[in-house]
Design a protein around this ligand. Structure first.
Ligand SMILES: C[S@@+](CC[C@H](N)C(=O)[O-])C[C@H]1O[C@@H](n2cnc3c(N)ncnc32)[C@H](O)[C@@H]1O
Length: 196
């Protein structure tokens, strides 16, 4: 019998075949395009064994694709919605990637000292009630938006010189002033930052 190996990294559409249809329908607004993961991985994977945290990993699209593009780095994804992590773990099983770990938690429960660099795709924006929501399983409020931004700012402020973060569609409230922009792509939508 002939076996064909699916190349899930051929296109975003192909990658979305890892997920059920309702998850794919959310992709254009909520999951990072492969091209973005590729560029972010190139900036964040500074050395062998580097630990990179995706703050709000959703169904794991960034972590799983970045892990493919940067096999010497380890990617951690933290996500508050358990249902999304089930999709992430299923996709991980299909792809058989070793260098990705998913954590079910609010990012505020993590200690950032365990991670070297970070990826952030505007995860708190749903709290402003202006974007399509992923679902109604969590609470949303402007107060939470401000609280999460402050917590992330505080955590990033504690990190040593050289710490990197990639932001995608960020409002930048979470970035302390001692991080400078190394490069931008797609206008200002995608920014690579490093702490001085
Ligand atoms: C825009 S999606 C990005 C998904 C993924 N990073 C990617 O690029 O494909 C943001 C995710 O962050 C999660 N999120 C929002 N606030 C969070 C928090 N405080 N702690 C953990 N996850 C959070 C949401 O549930 C959502 O799945």
């Amino acid at each position: 019998m002939e076996h064909t190996i699916t190349n899930y990294f051929e296109s975003d559409e192909k990658f979305h075949e890892l997920y059920p249809m309702p998850v794919t329908a959310l992709a254009s607004r909520h999951w990072s395009p492969l091209e973005v993961s590729h560029k972010a991985a190139a900036f964040l994977a500074t050395h062998k064994g580097v630990r990179i945290l995706d703050i709000g990993c959703g169904v794991g699209k960034f972590c799983l694709s970045a892990a493919h593009y940067a096999p010497n780095a380890t990617f951690y994804g933290v996500e508050q919605r358990k249902r999304l992590l089930e999709y992430a773990e299923n996709a991980k099983d299909v792809l058989q990637v070793e260098n990705v770990h998913f954590l079910h938690a609010n990012f505020t429960q993590l200690d950032f000292k365990h991670y070297d660099h970070f990826y952030f795709f505007n995860s708190f924006y749903e709290n402003l009630g202006v974007a399509d929501k992923i679902d109604d399983s969590i609470d949303f409020s402007e107060g939470l938006f401000n609280h999460y931004n402050r917590m992330l700012y505080y955590q990033l402020k504690q990190k040593p010189k050289g710490t990197r973060i990639v932001t995608y569609h960020s409002m930048e409230d979470e970035i302390p002033p001692d991080y400078y922009v190394v490069k931008t792509v797609s206008g200002n939508l995608f920014k690579c930052w490093q702490k001085v």
